[in-house]
Design a protein around this ligand. Sequence first.
Ligand SMILES: [Zn+2]
Length: 241
Amino acid sequence: MNIRESISFFFFGDSCLACGNSKKIDPWLCHNCKEELIACGQHPIWPGKEDVVCLFPMNSLTRSLILAMKYKGMQKIASYLVANSSVGRKGEALQILESWGKNMSFVPVPVHNARKRERGYNQCEQAALELSLHCGGKLQTNVLKRRIYKPSQTSLGSGARSLNVAGAFEAKKAQNLKISPQIVVVDDVYTTGATTASCARALKRAGFESVKTCTLLYELPASARADMVADKKIGWRTEED
Ligand SMILES: [Zn+2]
């Protein structure tokens, strides 16, 4: 547990992040919620594209975890989600990910430096690290850069989202980097796919031919807009999602 997590632990106590039950058996969830998390990681839904997998569906349980990860300083929840998608029988999504190849390069969606300074970490980097450890690949943080600071995606429709992130990323030339050319872009939540598609375009322009996507959660665009309203009311999700 790092300092931020210790502080969060102090303020939020030892109750389950999902149901509030105070009988806690692991860092964040009670026994029942953890069982539920593992169950929904076994058969997750994702957007039905062959180069995209998501480890969990967005539901009230996974949403509590992702909000704590993004806004309460608990970046290790990213590792926790990856680890719990492969407990016992391996989760379907992780099996697909492993079938894509060995020694792949896991590239987190970068956050703008100002955002990283404010939050202290990039949760996508933590997720990419954990995925690389599980799949025997490598975390690569110096491939993609975010060029411009963009406002929140969450309240926008899919067309507006694509425009909002078009050209937001740039990638280093593949020929100048000694890394596996098989790229997996890692993001926390997949909604319309505009962000990861923009990353993929930048990587392909830079000469990477195989670019796939893995996210922790999949959220249907319509639910994302409803959640945005709820999140704003409690002071979360203020700018970029
Ligand atoms: Zn619980």
